[in-house]
Design a protein around this ligand. Sequence first.
Ligand SMILES: C[S@@+](CC[C@H](N)C(=O)[O-])C[C@H]1O[C@@H](n2cnc3c(N)ncnc32)[C@H](O)[C@@H]1O
Length: 272
Amino acid sequence: MSDPPPLGTIVQGDLLEVLPTWPEGCVDLVFADPPFNIGYEYDKYQDDLEHDEYVDWTERWIYECLRVLAPDGTFWIAIGDEYAAEVRMMMRENRWATLRNWVIWHYTFGQNCKAKFNRGHAHLFYFVKDPHAFTFNGDAVRVPSDRQLKYNDKRANPKGKLPDDVWTISRVCGTFKERVGWHPCQMPVKLLTRIILACSRPGDVVLDPFAGSGTTLVAAARHGRRWVGTELSEQYASLATRRIEEDMGLLPDAPANPVPERVQTLDQMPSG
Ligand SMILES: C[S@@+](CC[C@H](N)C(=O)[O-])C[C@H]1O[C@@H](n2cnc3c(N)ncnc32)[C@H](O)[C@@H]1O
């Protein structure tokens, strides 16, 4: 007997204990940004497993995410260079889902290196369970094309073009005003907004199994999606919940309206 996911909450706990209590096919979109196993400092999670242990763990949690994903659902995973190849091969060998795009997130303000090129990207794999049945709202994420912007070409689609598969979107650096300050790797809302608008419909259920600072769920709530998260850390789960409530204007001292940032988001998206 399984319980439905508690929508509108971040469940504090290990996703491998929480997700198995939910029924099959109960979410429409999963965005997963796991620890990359590169020694990041989280408050609870130890980001330094042996190679095989990390791969085995990755396989187990991806399996669980896909189990709770609807048959026409979409699965995104963010991963670093260290394990991108392993994740790609695991998905292919298990025949779990079909890759639609291998997106490179080019984040400006990459980490400075002393004796090699600075790293300025992460991998975003976009999978669907069924290659013939999935949600893709291209019109919701169109960006101005060079034909429109640079060449004033009359053949340009006035609605813009679909973004390329290299997304140049700034990291949320330590000094940025939107930085929450209590989580080491907060993703930009802009990136999650594109994914949520393109790959889900209003009312769909969005799951972030590694909720962290709550970015995915903020973007989902802003756009009328139902949402649910899991997060190992008590502190992150509670502060992220507060962040979402504040963003939605649900707290007494919250800023009334986050709309300006939301409205700017897509117009200002670079064309890649
Ligand atoms: C890379 S961060 C996610 C950041 C998030 N995308 C954001 O924008 O804030 C990974 C998160 O996964 C959490 N985590 C690690 N192991 C977990 C597990 N077994 N179950 C649930 N959450 C876990 C960590 O505490 C951390 O907050």
